[in-house]
Design a protein around this ligand. Sequence first.
Ligand SMILES: C[S@@+](CC[C@H](N)C(=O)[O-])C[C@H]1O[C@@H](n2cnc3c(N)ncnc32)[C@H](O)[C@@H]1O
Length: 267
Amino acid sequence: MKIKEALSILTKTLKESNIATYSIDALIILKESTQKDDVFCLTNPDYELSKDESDKLNRLLEKRVKKYPIAYIQNSKEFYGFEFYIDENVLIPRQETELLIEETLNVAKEFKNPKIIDVGTGSGCIAITLSKLLNIKITASDISKKALDTAKINAEKLQADVEFIEADTLLFLKEKVNIIVSNPPYIDENEYKNLQEDVKFEPKKALICKNGTQIIEKLINQAKDLCRYLIIEIGYDQEEFVKTYKSLLYLKKDFAGLPRVAVFRFG
Ligand SMILES: C[S@@+](CC[C@H](N)C(=O)[O-])C[C@H]1O[C@@H](n2cnc3c(N)ncnc32)[C@H](O)[C@@H]1O
């Protein structure tokens, strides 16, 4: 099979499978299968794929048709201008989480050398981005050892000063810090069932918790004695829940106009 035939098959199959991003996905799958770059793939239509390359292309196409996320196919996702290594052990960083970075940067201005903890670090995208932008050491935790292994790859790749701790919520923290930031799991079992198919390939533990609010609740209760600010990502329907806390300072809406980041101040 030649590149021009491969691209035609990929585009047609992905389009027929209702993949909205079929053109770009076709090129990504071709690049992943051949390990060639965009320029090569687009300027060498008569390049003949080897058997291994064709086999890989078919495997990836089959996965994508079943809505397997393109970020896992590429093992890569951009977040706040940095390129993160991504695998099935971690949530794919979302654009709305960049708002969490912006609010943390705002709040951090209050401190000279802010001490910041990122809880539920996943790929490490929050901790690593903050560490790079503020030029400070950050502590990042996660309950999943596999997620931490992926986050460590990113810290090394992006040369960020991050200390990683395997722990449940804030149970590991003994000393007060300035800011605790977290994008915790905030979806309940029922809502999970209705999510798009591609999300089901992501780690369930990264998305779901009891009532959708159990971990947020736990973090607020723990954080009040451990930090000045807690900055947390919330679900679109959790505004009323977080408003029941007197320590809520403000809520920030995302690009879709949905409440997305809750900032708490204690003491
Ligand atoms: C929504 S993901 C966020 C990942 C990453 N921070 C991001 O924004 O893309 C939630 C993360 O919290 C971790 N997690 C789930 N329950 C936890 C708990 N009880 N304590 C600490 N981390 C937890 C999951 O393993 C997952 O990596």
